[in-house]
Design a binder for this molecule. Structure first.
Ligand code: C2E
Ligand code: MG
Ligand code: MG
Ligand code: MG
Length: 282
């Protein structure tokens, strides 16, 4: 009897796996369609990065959202992963790059001067067409490359290391900024950190979320800020959820703060309203 139930378990497990596999295939197909139709299922949100020296928001991070036709939401962690595994990421990133650069151009025309960060994957950087398509999109919208920052995690930077570093240096050469995302949770040794062609260090939110309660996090964050500055980087903290954490970061001379305490990621129009109110407050 126990052999039978064991067998049934295996069978059940496989069936579950097949369903999950099928669900991923369906989702991938819908994602492809959503990119090519550009019918509003996919859209960008923007989260402010507060410049603590001048108490003004001068940068935003763009974060993608997907609401399927049936109204359900898929987390970017899920569909970005799916896009990376299937190679669709190149098309998805092209859509993101075009959408964000068009938005930055629209803001410029309205007199709203914001730098925007775009998250990309290792595959984007390795893809030879990425550089030229970025340049083409900047020209098309007449956007200064210095207004665009490319955010990459440590893992993404380390994949195809040499090729990747050359690609990043070529981006820097045209004036685009590079940010190392989720710093502190990956495998970047200090030896490697000093070699990376980056402008900005983004401390991972796991050190920031409880900063106002944890002395250990305070030691880690303070020394990372000092290290970042000494290596010539600007330092950003993500995951700022309390006023106490914001105050600590300011005291620690962190350059920018980003997190729910300031604002959640917002659609462009809502961000504009938020900026107006925020500037009124300060
Ligand atoms: P990330 O680039 O590290 O983005 C930061 C994540 O932290 C975002 O999650 C953001 O909404 C969230 N966050 C911001 N402030 C707070 C806070 O105060 N507390 C907490 N707990 N979380 C906060 P999101 O938007 O779900 O994105 C998750 C990840 O998906 C991103 O991590 C990034 O790796 C990826 N991603 C998002 N948009 C894009 C995109 O357009 N392209 C690519 N390739 N990846 C993207
Ligand atoms: Mg990011
Ligand atoms: Mg991050
Ligand atoms: Mg992350």
């Amino acid at each position: 009897e126990s052999a039978t139930s064991h067998h049934q378990n295996i069978h059940y497990y496989q069936q579950g796996e097949d369903e999950a596999h099928l669900e991923r295939l369906v989702m991938l197909d819908e994602l492809k369609q959503a990119i090519s139709d550009d019918d509003g299922q996919l859209f960008m949100t923007y989260q402010p990065k507060l410049n603590m020296k001048i108490q003004k928001v001068d940068k935003v991070e763009s974060l993608i959202r997907w609401q399927r036709k049936d109204g359900s939401w898929v987390s970017p962690e899920v569909f970005i992963d799916l896009a990376e595994q299937s190679g669709l990421i190149v098309e998805l990133t092209a859509w993101v790059v075009n959408t964000v650069i068009a938005q930055v151009a629209a803001w410029q025309q309205k007199g709203i001067h914001l730098q925007a960060a775009i998250n990309v994957s290792a595959q984007d950087i390795a893809f030879a067409g990425f550089h030229s398509s970025l340049v083409r999109t900047l020209k098309k919208h007449k956007v200064n490359p210095a207004l665009i920052t490319i955010e990459l995690t440590e893992r993404d930077m380390i994949e195809n290391e040499e090729k990747g570093i050359i690609a990043l240096e070529n981006l820097k050469a045209i004036g685009v900024k590079i940010s190392l995302d989720d710093y502190g949770v990956g495998q970047t040794s200090l030896g490697r950190l000093k070699m990376l062609p980056i402008d900005e260090l983004k401390l991972d939110k796991c050190f920031i979320l409880k900063l106002d309660e944890s002395q250990k996090d305070q030691f880690i964050v303070q020394s990372s800020i000092t290290l970042g500055h000494q290596l010539g980087f600007s330092v950003v903290a993500e995951g700022v959820e309390t006023v106490g954490t914001l105050a600590l970061l300011k005291q620690m001379k962190c350059d920018h703060a980003q997190g729910y305490y300031l604002s959640r990621p917002l659609k462009a129009e809502l961000l504009e309203q938020w900026l107006e109110e925020y500037d009124g407050v300060h």
